[in-house]
Write a protein that binds this ligand. Structure first.
Ligand code: 4AD
Ligand code: MG
Length: 431
Protein backbone atom coordinates (compact mmCIF):
# COMPACT_ATOMS: atom_id res chain seq x y z
CA UNK A 1 0.00 0.00 0.00
CA UNK A 2 1.26 3.43 -0.90
CA UNK A 3 2.41 5.86 1.79
CA UNK A 4 1.73 9.56 1.22
CA UNK A 5 2.44 12.80 3.04
CA UNK A 6 -0.66 14.69 4.14
CA UNK A 7 -0.22 17.42 1.52
CA UNK A 8 -0.61 14.75 -1.19
CA UNK A 9 -3.77 13.11 0.15
CA UNK A 10 -6.21 15.29 -1.79
CA UNK A 11 -4.98 13.59 -4.96
CA UNK A 12 -5.96 10.14 -3.68
CA UNK A 13 -9.65 10.39 -2.80
CA UNK A 14 -11.23 6.95 -2.50
CA UNK A 15 -7.92 5.11 -2.07
CA UNK A 16 -6.81 3.28 1.02
CA UNK A 17 -3.42 4.71 1.93
CA UNK A 18 -0.90 4.87 4.71
CA UNK A 19 0.27 8.12 6.38
CA UNK A 20 2.71 8.74 9.22
CA UNK A 21 2.87 11.64 11.62
CA UNK A 22 2.25 12.95 15.10
CA UNK A 23 -1.04 13.26 16.92
CA UNK A 24 -1.96 16.80 17.89
CA UNK A 25 -5.53 16.38 19.18
CA UNK A 26 -7.87 13.61 20.16
CA UNK A 27 -11.52 13.93 21.02
CA UNK A 28 -14.40 11.54 21.22
CA UNK A 29 -18.14 11.89 20.98
CA UNK A 30 -18.39 8.46 22.61
CA UNK A 31 -19.55 6.82 19.41
CA UNK A 32 -16.98 8.35 17.09
CA UNK A 33 -13.38 9.33 17.76
CA UNK A 34 -11.65 12.20 15.98
CA UNK A 35 -7.89 12.38 15.81
CA UNK A 36 -5.81 15.13 14.20
CA UNK A 37 -2.56 13.97 12.64
CA UNK A 38 0.17 16.32 11.42
CA UNK A 39 3.29 15.41 9.50
CA UNK A 40 4.93 18.74 8.73
CA UNK A 41 3.32 19.02 5.30
CA UNK A 42 -0.16 19.55 6.70
CA UNK A 43 -2.75 18.09 9.00
CA UNK A 44 -5.66 15.78 8.49
CA UNK A 45 -8.56 14.60 10.63
CA UNK A 46 -9.07 10.90 11.14
CA UNK A 47 -12.54 9.62 11.80
CA UNK A 48 -12.62 6.40 13.78
CA UNK A 49 -15.89 4.52 14.16
CA UNK A 50 -16.31 1.59 16.57
CA UNK A 51 -18.07 -0.46 13.91
CA UNK A 52 -15.11 0.09 11.62
CA UNK A 53 -12.27 -2.37 11.49
CA UNK A 54 -9.56 -0.52 13.45
CA UNK A 55 -7.17 -3.37 13.91
CA UNK A 56 -3.84 -2.52 15.46
CA UNK A 57 -5.21 -0.52 18.32
CA UNK A 58 -8.29 -1.63 20.18
CA UNK A 59 -10.91 0.87 21.21
CA UNK A 60 -9.82 0.46 24.82
CA UNK A 61 -6.34 1.56 23.95
CA UNK A 62 -7.21 5.04 22.74
CA UNK A 63 -6.25 6.59 26.06
CA UNK A 64 -2.71 5.44 25.25
CA UNK A 65 -2.59 7.85 22.33
CA UNK A 66 -0.61 10.88 23.42
CA UNK A 67 -0.21 14.38 22.07
CA UNK A 68 2.88 14.32 19.78
CA UNK A 69 3.14 10.55 19.89
CA UNK A 70 4.12 9.17 16.47
CA UNK A 71 1.56 7.04 14.59
CA UNK A 72 1.20 5.17 11.34
CA UNK A 73 -2.33 5.19 10.01
CA UNK A 74 -4.00 3.21 7.29
CA UNK A 75 -7.24 4.74 6.15
CA UNK A 76 -9.51 5.55 3.26
CA UNK A 77 -9.27 9.06 1.87
CA UNK A 78 -12.64 10.84 1.78
CA UNK A 79 -13.21 14.27 0.25
CA UNK A 80 -14.27 16.96 2.74
CA UNK A 81 -14.36 20.48 1.36
CA UNK A 82 -14.49 22.06 4.82
CA UNK A 83 -11.20 20.45 5.87
CA UNK A 84 -7.99 22.51 5.43
CA UNK A 85 -6.39 19.63 3.52
CA UNK A 86 -9.60 19.03 1.54
CA UNK A 87 -9.92 15.48 2.84
CA UNK A 88 -10.51 13.33 5.90
CA UNK A 89 -9.33 9.80 6.55
CA UNK A 90 -11.59 6.97 7.65
CA UNK A 91 -9.14 5.04 9.77
CA UNK A 92 -8.71 1.34 9.19
CA UNK A 93 -5.72 0.75 11.42
CA UNK A 94 -3.62 2.80 13.82
CA UNK A 95 -0.12 1.74 14.77
CA UNK A 96 1.63 3.46 17.64
CA UNK A 97 5.25 4.10 16.60
CA UNK A 98 6.49 5.89 19.69
CA UNK A 99 5.16 7.33 22.95
CA UNK A 100 5.11 10.97 24.06
CA UNK A 101 4.34 11.00 27.76
CA UNK A 102 3.24 14.35 29.23
CA UNK A 103 4.15 16.52 26.27
CA UNK A 104 5.14 19.85 27.84
CA UNK A 105 3.32 22.18 25.44
CA UNK A 106 -0.40 21.79 26.01
CA UNK A 107 -3.18 23.31 23.93
CA UNK A 108 -3.48 26.30 26.29
CA UNK A 109 -1.73 29.65 26.72
CA UNK A 110 1.94 29.38 27.72
CA UNK A 111 4.26 32.28 28.57
CA UNK A 112 6.82 33.18 25.94
CA UNK A 113 9.78 32.32 28.23
CA UNK A 114 8.40 28.83 28.71
CA UNK A 115 7.92 28.48 24.96
CA UNK A 116 11.44 29.73 24.16
CA UNK A 117 12.84 27.32 26.77
CA UNK A 118 11.02 24.56 24.87
CA UNK A 119 11.74 25.93 21.41
CA UNK A 120 12.89 22.47 20.25
CA UNK A 121 9.26 21.38 20.69
CA UNK A 122 7.53 24.71 20.09
CA UNK A 123 8.63 24.62 16.43
CA UNK A 124 6.11 21.80 15.97
CA UNK A 125 3.13 24.07 16.59
CA UNK A 126 1.26 24.93 13.39
CA UNK A 127 1.80 28.66 13.80
CA UNK A 128 5.55 28.35 14.31
CA UNK A 129 5.83 25.88 11.46
CA UNK A 130 3.94 28.30 9.18
CA UNK A 131 6.36 31.12 10.06
CA UNK A 132 9.33 28.89 9.27
CA UNK A 133 7.75 27.97 5.94
CA UNK A 134 7.32 31.66 5.12
CA UNK A 135 10.95 32.24 6.09
CA UNK A 136 11.97 29.46 3.69
CA UNK A 137 9.90 31.02 0.90
CA UNK A 138 11.50 34.42 1.53
CA UNK A 139 14.98 32.88 1.28
CA UNK A 140 13.96 31.16 -1.94
CA UNK A 141 12.61 34.41 -3.40
CA UNK A 142 15.73 36.39 -2.47
CA UNK A 143 17.97 33.81 -4.13
CA UNK A 144 15.70 33.57 -7.16
CA UNK A 145 15.73 37.30 -7.76
CA UNK A 146 19.47 37.71 -7.35
CA UNK A 147 20.40 34.57 -9.32
CA UNK A 148 18.07 35.66 -12.15
CA UNK A 149 19.65 39.11 -12.28
CA UNK A 150 23.21 37.90 -12.76
CA UNK A 151 24.39 38.10 -9.16
CA UNK A 152 26.90 35.39 -8.28
CA UNK A 153 26.58 33.92 -4.81
CA UNK A 154 29.99 34.07 -3.11
CA UNK A 155 30.59 33.33 0.54
CA UNK A 156 32.72 35.57 2.72
CA UNK A 157 34.48 34.09 5.77
CA UNK A 158 32.79 33.85 9.16
CA UNK A 159 36.09 33.97 11.08
CA UNK A 160 37.52 37.43 10.49
CA UNK A 161 40.57 39.41 11.61
CA UNK A 162 38.91 42.83 12.04
CA UNK A 163 35.64 44.68 12.58
CA UNK A 164 33.41 45.62 9.65
CA UNK A 165 30.74 47.54 11.56
CA UNK A 166 32.43 48.97 14.65
CA UNK A 167 34.16 47.34 17.58
CA UNK A 168 31.34 47.57 20.15
CA UNK A 169 29.41 44.52 18.94
CA UNK A 170 32.25 42.12 18.16
CA UNK A 171 32.27 38.53 19.35
CA UNK A 172 35.94 37.74 19.89
CA UNK A 173 37.42 34.26 19.67
CA UNK A 174 40.82 32.77 20.32
CA UNK A 175 42.25 31.79 16.93
CA UNK A 176 45.18 29.56 17.90
CA UNK A 177 46.52 32.26 20.17
CA UNK A 178 45.63 35.21 17.94
CA UNK A 179 42.50 37.33 18.31
CA UNK A 180 39.80 36.85 15.68
CA UNK A 181 36.11 37.74 15.49
CA UNK A 182 32.86 36.27 14.26
CA UNK A 183 31.72 38.13 11.15
CA UNK A 184 29.54 41.22 11.71
CA UNK A 185 29.04 41.66 7.97
CA UNK A 186 30.60 40.10 4.90
CA UNK A 187 30.63 43.45 3.14
CA UNK A 188 34.36 44.16 3.00
CA UNK A 189 34.96 40.76 1.40
CA UNK A 190 32.00 41.23 -0.94
CA UNK A 191 33.69 44.40 -2.21
CA UNK A 192 36.76 42.33 -3.14
CA UNK A 193 34.52 39.73 -4.81
CA UNK A 194 32.53 42.38 -6.75
CA UNK A 195 35.82 43.45 -8.36
CA UNK A 196 36.31 39.81 -9.39
CA UNK A 197 32.77 38.82 -10.42
CA UNK A 198 30.87 42.07 -11.07
CA UNK A 199 27.65 41.54 -9.16
CA UNK A 200 27.80 39.27 -6.15
CA UNK A 201 25.85 38.43 -3.04
CA UNK A 202 26.37 36.57 0.17
CA UNK A 203 23.71 35.04 2.35
CA UNK A 204 24.88 33.83 5.66
CA UNK A 205 24.97 34.07 9.43
CA UNK A 206 26.10 37.31 11.00
CA UNK A 207 27.06 37.88 14.61
CA UNK A 208 26.73 40.92 16.81
CA UNK A 209 27.23 41.12 20.52
CA UNK A 210 24.18 43.35 20.93
CA UNK A 211 23.88 44.31 24.56
CA UNK A 212 20.38 45.68 24.04
CA UNK A 213 17.19 43.74 24.58
CA UNK A 214 14.82 44.84 21.84
CA UNK A 215 12.19 43.35 19.59
CA UNK A 216 14.48 43.47 16.59
CA UNK A 217 17.96 42.51 17.75
CA UNK A 218 19.43 39.04 17.63
CA UNK A 219 23.06 38.21 18.36
CA UNK A 220 23.08 35.73 15.46
CA UNK A 221 21.05 36.61 12.38
CA UNK A 222 21.10 36.04 8.63
CA UNK A 223 21.95 38.78 6.21
CA UNK A 224 21.86 38.92 2.42
CA UNK A 225 24.57 41.26 1.13
CA UNK A 226 24.61 42.17 -2.56
CA UNK A 227 27.57 44.20 -3.83
CA UNK A 228 27.86 45.70 -7.31
CA UNK A 229 30.87 47.06 -9.19
CA UNK A 230 30.23 50.21 -11.28
CA UNK A 231 27.08 50.93 -9.29
CA UNK A 232 26.30 54.29 -7.78
CA UNK A 233 24.06 55.30 -4.88
CA UNK A 234 20.95 55.78 -7.07
CA UNK A 235 21.22 52.41 -8.78
CA UNK A 236 21.78 50.77 -5.41
CA UNK A 237 18.38 52.04 -4.22
CA UNK A 238 16.67 50.71 -7.34
CA UNK A 239 18.09 47.22 -6.70
CA UNK A 240 16.82 47.34 -3.14
CA UNK A 241 13.26 48.32 -4.01
CA UNK A 242 13.16 45.78 -6.85
CA UNK A 243 14.43 42.95 -4.65
CA UNK A 244 12.14 43.68 -1.71
CA UNK A 245 9.04 44.13 -3.89
CA UNK A 246 9.77 40.87 -5.67
CA UNK A 247 10.14 39.05 -2.36
CA UNK A 248 6.90 40.42 -0.91
CA UNK A 249 4.88 39.67 -4.06
CA UNK A 250 6.38 36.18 -4.27
CA UNK A 251 5.39 35.41 -0.69
CA UNK A 252 1.89 36.75 -1.32
CA UNK A 253 1.59 34.38 -4.27
CA UNK A 254 3.23 31.27 -2.90
CA UNK A 255 2.81 31.40 0.88
CA UNK A 256 -0.82 32.63 1.00
CA UNK A 257 -2.01 29.66 3.02
CA UNK A 258 0.68 30.20 5.65
CA UNK A 259 -0.03 33.95 5.84
CA UNK A 260 -3.70 33.10 6.33
CA UNK A 261 -2.84 30.55 8.97
CA UNK A 262 -0.97 33.12 11.05
CA UNK A 263 -3.78 35.63 10.38
CA UNK A 264 -1.61 38.24 8.69
CA UNK A 265 -3.54 41.18 7.20
CA UNK A 266 -1.92 41.30 3.77
CA UNK A 267 -3.39 44.59 2.51
CA UNK A 268 -0.29 46.56 3.57
CA UNK A 269 1.93 44.03 1.83
CA UNK A 270 0.00 44.27 -1.43
CA UNK A 271 1.06 47.92 -1.73
CA UNK A 272 4.77 47.01 -1.74
CA UNK A 273 5.70 47.82 -5.34
CA UNK A 274 8.49 50.03 -6.69
CA UNK A 275 9.33 52.87 -6.50
CA UNK A 276 9.58 53.55 -2.77
CA UNK A 277 9.44 57.08 -1.35
CA UNK A 278 12.71 58.68 -0.24
CA UNK A 279 13.50 61.32 2.32
CA UNK A 280 16.84 62.69 3.38
CA UNK A 281 18.05 62.74 6.96
CA UNK A 282 17.61 66.56 6.87
CA UNK A 283 13.94 66.14 5.91
CA UNK A 284 13.52 63.45 8.56
CA UNK A 285 14.76 65.85 11.25
CA UNK A 286 12.18 68.42 10.10
CA UNK A 287 9.36 65.87 9.95
CA UNK A 288 10.18 64.54 13.43
CA UNK A 289 9.62 68.02 14.89
CA UNK A 290 6.01 67.87 13.72
CA UNK A 291 5.37 64.71 15.77
CA UNK A 292 7.08 65.88 18.97
CA UNK A 293 10.13 63.70 18.45
CA UNK A 294 12.70 66.42 17.71
CA UNK A 295 16.31 65.23 17.34
CA UNK A 296 19.26 67.64 17.05
CA UNK A 297 20.85 67.44 13.59
CA UNK A 298 23.76 65.00 13.72
CA UNK A 299 22.27 62.56 16.19
CA UNK A 300 21.35 59.01 15.27
CA UNK A 301 17.68 58.09 15.04
CA UNK A 302 16.25 55.48 17.37
CA UNK A 303 13.43 52.98 17.02
CA UNK A 304 10.66 55.49 17.96
CA UNK A 305 11.92 57.92 15.30
CA UNK A 306 12.00 55.21 12.65
CA UNK A 307 8.51 54.08 13.58
CA UNK A 308 7.16 57.63 13.38
CA UNK A 309 8.80 58.29 10.01
CA UNK A 310 7.66 54.99 8.51
CA UNK A 311 4.10 55.70 9.67
CA UNK A 312 4.07 58.77 7.39
CA UNK A 313 4.22 56.52 4.29
CA UNK A 314 2.19 53.69 2.81
CA UNK A 315 5.23 51.81 1.49
CA UNK A 316 8.72 51.15 2.80
CA UNK A 317 10.65 54.44 2.82
CA UNK A 318 14.33 55.16 2.16
CA UNK A 319 16.08 57.43 4.61
CA UNK A 320 19.15 58.86 2.86
CA UNK A 321 22.15 61.17 3.25
CA UNK A 322 23.00 60.63 6.92
CA UNK A 323 25.58 62.70 8.77
CA UNK A 324 29.00 61.20 8.16
CA UNK A 325 29.79 61.00 11.88
CA UNK A 326 27.04 58.49 12.72
CA UNK A 327 27.78 56.10 9.86
CA UNK A 328 30.50 53.59 8.98
CA UNK A 329 33.98 54.59 7.80
CA UNK A 330 33.62 53.12 4.30
CA UNK A 331 30.70 55.26 3.09
CA UNK A 332 31.16 57.69 0.20
CA UNK A 333 30.55 61.35 1.11
CA UNK A 334 28.04 63.22 -1.09
CA UNK A 335 29.78 65.31 -3.78
CA UNK A 336 28.02 68.57 -2.87
CA UNK A 337 27.70 67.94 0.88
CA UNK A 338 30.84 66.36 2.40
CA UNK A 339 29.20 66.28 5.85
CA UNK A 340 26.69 63.63 4.71
CA UNK A 341 27.26 60.19 3.18
CA UNK A 342 25.60 58.35 0.29
CA UNK A 343 23.95 55.85 2.60
CA UNK A 344 20.36 54.75 2.91
CA UNK A 345 18.37 52.81 5.45
CA UNK A 346 15.15 51.24 4.25
CA UNK A 347 12.40 51.46 6.87
CA UNK A 348 9.55 48.95 6.76
CA UNK A 349 5.98 50.10 7.44
CA UNK A 350 3.88 49.20 10.48
CA UNK A 351 6.58 50.06 13.02
CA UNK A 352 9.17 47.51 11.88
CA UNK A 353 11.96 50.04 11.33
CA UNK A 354 15.21 49.44 9.46
CA UNK A 355 15.33 46.27 7.38
CA UNK A 356 18.09 47.27 4.93
CA UNK A 357 21.26 49.31 5.38
CA UNK A 358 23.35 50.18 2.35
CA UNK A 359 25.66 52.72 0.77
CA UNK A 360 27.99 53.70 -2.01
CA UNK A 361 31.51 52.80 -0.86
CA UNK A 362 34.56 55.03 -0.89
CA UNK A 363 36.66 54.06 -3.91
CA UNK A 364 39.38 56.72 -3.59
CA UNK A 365 42.53 55.46 -1.84
CA UNK A 366 43.46 58.68 -0.03
CA UNK A 367 39.93 59.36 1.12
CA UNK A 368 39.60 55.85 2.56
CA UNK A 369 42.90 56.22 4.43
CA UNK A 370 41.73 59.57 5.79
CA UNK A 371 38.41 58.11 6.98
CA UNK A 372 40.16 55.18 8.69
CA UNK A 373 42.34 57.66 10.54
CA UNK A 374 39.39 59.84 11.54
CA UNK A 375 37.73 56.75 12.99
CA UNK A 376 40.88 55.80 14.95
CA UNK A 377 41.21 52.59 12.95
CA UNK A 378 44.60 51.09 12.11
CA UNK A 379 45.07 50.96 8.30
CA UNK A 380 47.30 47.90 8.80
CA UNK A 381 44.29 45.97 10.07
CA UNK A 382 42.57 46.78 6.77
CA UNK A 383 45.59 46.54 4.46
CA UNK A 384 43.95 44.08 2.04
CA UNK A 385 40.77 46.20 1.94
CA UNK A 386 42.77 49.34 1.22
CA UNK A 387 44.57 47.41 -1.55
CA UNK A 388 41.29 47.20 -3.47
CA UNK A 389 41.65 50.99 -3.98
CA UNK A 390 45.14 50.55 -5.43
CA UNK A 391 44.33 48.19 -8.27
CA UNK A 392 41.62 49.30 -10.68
CA UNK A 393 39.38 50.97 -8.15
CA UNK A 394 35.85 51.87 -9.37
CA UNK A 395 32.67 53.26 -7.81
CA UNK A 396 30.68 50.46 -6.21
CA UNK A 397 27.74 50.03 -3.89
CA UNK A 398 25.90 47.41 -1.92
CA UNK A 399 23.54 46.75 0.91
CA UNK A 400 22.66 44.33 3.67
CA UNK A 401 19.13 43.08 4.28
CA UNK A 402 18.40 41.44 7.61
CA UNK A 403 16.40 38.27 6.97
CA UNK A 404 14.75 38.04 10.39
CA UNK A 405 13.53 41.63 10.28
CA UNK A 406 12.02 41.01 6.85
CA UNK A 407 10.34 37.83 8.12
CA UNK A 408 9.01 39.65 11.22
CA UNK A 409 7.50 42.38 9.06
CA UNK A 410 6.04 40.12 6.37
CA UNK A 411 4.55 37.86 9.06
CA UNK A 412 3.42 40.79 11.22
CA UNK A 413 5.21 39.43 14.33
CA UNK A 414 5.97 41.61 17.30
CA UNK A 415 9.40 40.06 17.98
CA UNK A 416 12.21 38.60 15.84
CA UNK A 417 12.63 35.63 18.18
CA UNK A 418 9.92 33.71 16.28
CA UNK A 419 11.45 34.37 12.86
CA UNK A 420 14.47 32.05 13.19
CA UNK A 421 14.40 28.38 14.24
CA UNK A 422 16.59 28.88 17.32
CA UNK A 423 16.95 32.54 18.32
CA UNK A 424 20.12 33.80 19.96
CA UNK A 425 19.60 36.89 22.08
CA UNK A 426 21.32 38.74 24.91
CA UNK A 427 20.18 36.20 27.49
CA UNK A 428 19.51 33.09 25.46
CA UNK A 429 21.77 30.49 23.82
CA UNK A 430 19.48 27.59 24.78
CA UNK A 431 18.23 25.27 23.34
O1 4AD B 1 22.83 48.32 8.80
P1 4AD B 1 23.78 47.19 9.00
O2 4AD B 1 24.61 47.21 10.22
O3 4AD B 1 24.69 47.19 7.68
C1 4AD B 1 25.78 46.43 7.46
O4 4AD B 1 26.20 45.55 8.18
C2 4AD B 1 26.38 46.66 6.10
N1 4AD B 1 27.79 46.24 6.15
C3 4AD B 1 25.61 45.89 5.08
C4 4AD B 1 26.11 46.08 3.68
O5 4AD B 1 26.05 47.18 3.17
N2 4AD B 1 26.59 45.04 3.04
O6 4AD B 1 22.99 45.82 8.94
C5 4AD B 1 22.21 45.49 7.81
C6 4AD B 1 20.89 44.92 8.22
C7 4AD B 1 20.02 45.87 9.04
O7 4AD B 1 19.32 46.76 8.23
C8 4AD B 1 19.10 44.89 9.75
O8 4AD B 1 18.05 44.49 8.89
C9 4AD B 1 19.99 43.70 9.98
O9 4AD B 1 21.06 43.80 9.06
N3 4AD B 1 20.51 43.69 11.35
C10 4AD B 1 20.05 42.91 12.34
N4 4AD B 1 19.04 42.01 12.37
C11 4AD B 1 18.81 41.35 13.52
N5 4AD B 1 19.53 41.54 14.65
C12 4AD B 1 20.55 42.44 14.67
N6 4AD B 1 21.26 42.60 15.76
C13 4AD B 1 20.83 43.17 13.48
N7 4AD B 1 21.76 44.10 13.14
C14 4AD B 1 21.54 44.40 11.85
MG1 MG C 1 22.12 49.92 9.78
Amino acid sequence: MATYVIRELAGHVGETVSVQGWMTHFRSSGKIHFLILRDGTGQVQLVIKPQGDVTRIGFDAFEELEQEGALRIVGQVREDRRAPSGVELDAVSIERLSPSPQYPIQPKEHGVDFLMEHRHLWVRSPRQAAILRIRARIIHAIRNFLDDHGFVVADPPILTPAAAEGTTTLFGIDYFGDPAFLSQSGQLYMEALAMALGRVYSFGPTFRAEKSKTRRHLTEFWMVEPEMAFCDFEENLVWQEQLLSYVVQDVLSYARAELQQIERDVSALERVTPPFPRITYDEAVERLKTVDLAVPWGEDLGAPHETALAAMFEKPVFLTHFPKAIKAFYMQPAADRPDVVLAADLLAPEGYGEIIGGSQRIHDLDLLLERLKENNMDPNDYAWYVDLRRYGTVPHSGFGMGLERVVAWICGLDHVRETIPFARTLNRVWP
